[in-house]
Ligand binder design. Sequence first.
Ligand SMILES: [Zn+2]
Length: 54
Amino acid sequence: MTFCANCGDVIDRSEWYSFAARRDEDGVLQTYAFCSEHCRSEFLDEPIADPIDN
Ligand SMILES: [Zn+2]
């Protein structure tokens, strides 16, 4: 089971989901899954590149 790294929602991996990879303080690559681009941008503190709402 995969959970959204931002809100904790269960992610159905048979459907679309977003993920990101980042290096932590030790230089270890960590991967994060998100239920939506909104959660991804919130978690990574990055602007949404392609807003869905407008
Ligand atoms: Zn989420």
